[in-house]
Design a protein around this ligand. Structure first.
Ligand code: CS2
Length: 495
């Protein structure tokens, strides 16, 4: 049997009638958005919203220019899958009622930064580029998570400061692009951070400033005066691509797509309305919320969604659960999630019009979506970069009010158990974390005793700061939870 034709502009005519195709004229789009870190999430979120807007505006001219150029900062695989399809790909929405496929048309192509550094800087400096958006994950910012400052000793940052015209890091590319615009007397672009970091716009502005200041204080002053760094809260559960997704895309579209993306129905995007010259797509027409203060939304999302995600990922993985769905289908873990939220909710001021109990009930339902196979191992990645904003802020605020932290301490103990590198059956864990070797060495040096292992991990300042390791209430709670995890296993520990 010959495989169905590869998805492309030419084969769109053969798209299955059940799948939706772009209704706008793709030829009129220009890549006014350059997106750094093009992964599944951005393709199911930023690009899906933009595609909705283009569909809604089809025929009108005012929004016809907002196409997206994707950039991979490391590997070529997204380009190799997407460029032969002219940037087209299938999104598969998976809800309790079944699957719905559509073709996204606003991605115009993908560049691979390490192979075309100068060309990418030239793109960023092009007058047509208005927005540079980012989903590069927490570690992509090369910062110290506890202080939010740029890590000048990071190898990529050290390289980029020595070779600013030929950068490696996202921060290096942004500053190179802005420097070229300033030299050409162009306005800067807006930097739109879409990663799960607190005050993400302000954070990136600070990192760009740290970098530019080290290079050229006049450039730093120009960026501070002219550029915009709106903060955002982004939300949609988008697991990494699997072979099942490839088969599902073919089944639903009748075409071969090497880069489909599966996602849950829910999505949310809250953006601070602060763009250079006010230039941005009218995303509010398709459900994006613009506000002058994103902080309460990101607080709620990072602490309640991502906090519970990380807690369930470590505990669930240790208990042998492959996905978040498997984990919360186990009543002991669903009950744990409720206890976690009961600890976290009082430390979250609700955003306008939002009831937090309703929010966390909806989260449990989202986690329990059987059609979404989000691996605990995927969420467990990069814990050193995630713990501060997901768990430790809540811990600090509860301790300041002398409130107990049993569920939070259990989550941190599960992380400590996880980064130890062996699971409850003695099998090795593939720990992915920029600090993986430091974590390993720290634990090896600490020996076998639970108290000294926890003390050694909590002494890692970029994660825990200087206050938490000195707080006996925190240290004792995490040590006790860790001891129980070792003795009884994750499931019994929470049951
Ligand atoms: C997850 C997030 O991988 C992770 O760490 O917690 O990717 C989560 O799925 C998204 O933030 C949901 O919006």
């Amino acid at each position: 049997m010959t495989p169905p034709p590869r998805l492309s502009l030419e084969s769109l005519g053969q798209l299955s009638p059940a799948a939706a195709a772009p209704r706008y004229d793709r030829a009129s789009l220009i890549p006014a958005i350059v997106h750094l870190g093009l992964g599944a999430f951005a393709r199911a979120h930023l690009a899906a919203y933009t595609d909705d807007l283009l569909n809604a505006e089809a025929g009108a001219t005012n929004n016809a220019d907002w196409g997206i150029l994707g950039v991979s900062l490391q590997r070529p695989d997204q380009r190799d899958r997407l460029n032969p399809q002219q940037g087209l790909y299938t999104t598969i929405e998976r809800g309790p009622e079944g699957e719905r496929a559509r073709i996204i048309g606003c991605l115009l192509g993908v560049m691979v930064a390490p192979e075309e550094r100068e060309a990418l800087v030239a793109r960023l400096a092009s007058p047509r580029t208005r927005i540079v958006s980012l989903t590069i994950t927490e570690k992509g910012y090369c910062h110290d998570p506890a202080t939010g400052r740029l890590n000048m000793a990071h190898p990529d940052i050290a390289h980029d400061l020595a070779h600013p015209e030929s950068p490696r890091s996202a921060i290096g590319f942004i500053v190179a692009g802005l420097a070229a615009r300033r030299a050409a007397r162009l306005a800067p672009f807006t930097v739109l951070c879409c990663d799960n970091l607190p005050h993400n716009g302000r954070l990136v502005a600070g990192l760009v400033d740290d970098f530019a200041e080290a290079l050229d204080p006049a450039l730093a002053a120009w960026i501070a005066a002219e550029a915009c760094f709106p903060s955002t809260m982004v939300d949609r559960i988008v697991p990494a691509l699997t072979d099942d997704d490839l088969a599902a895309a073919t089944r639903l579209t009748g075409l071969t797509d090497m880069a489909p993306v599966g996602h849950e129905p829910f999505r949310q995007w809250v953006i601070e309305d602060d763009f250079v010259a006010g230039l941005r797509p009218d995303w509010e027409q398709v459900g994006v919320q613009f506000t002058h203060d994103v902080a309460p939304f990101e607080h709620m999302k990072l602490r309640l969604l991502n906090g519970a995600h990380s807690a369930l990922a470590y505990l669930g993985y240790l208990a042998g659960h492959e996905t978040i769905f498997d984990t919360v289908s186990d009543p002991a873990f669903a009950a744990y999630a409720e206890r976690f939220w009961a600890e976290a909710r009082p430390m979250v001021p609700p955003p306008p019009g939002q009831d937090l109990k309703t929010y966390t009930s909806a989260l449990l339902a989202r986690f329990a979506n059987p059609a979404i196979r989000h691996r605990t191992w995927q969420i467990a990645m990069d814990g050193s970069q995630k713990l501060p904003q997901r768990l430790l802020g809540t811990v600090r605020e509860r301790l300041a009010q002398n409130l107990p932290i049993p569920a939070l301490a259990t989550a941190i103990a599960a992380w400590a158990r996880y980064v130890g590198g062996t699971d409850e059956k003695g099998a090795p864990i593939d720990v992915r974390d920029p600090m993986a070797s430091l974590l390993r060495e720290t634990l090896d040096a600490a020996g076998k005793d639970a108290k000294s292992r926890i003390a050694a991990l909590l002494a890692i300042e970029p994660i825990f700061g200087t206050d938490l390791p000195r707080d006996p209430r925190f240290v004792e709670a995490v040590t006790a939870a860790y001891t129980t995890l070792l003795a009884s296993g994750a499931r019994a520990a929470i049951a």
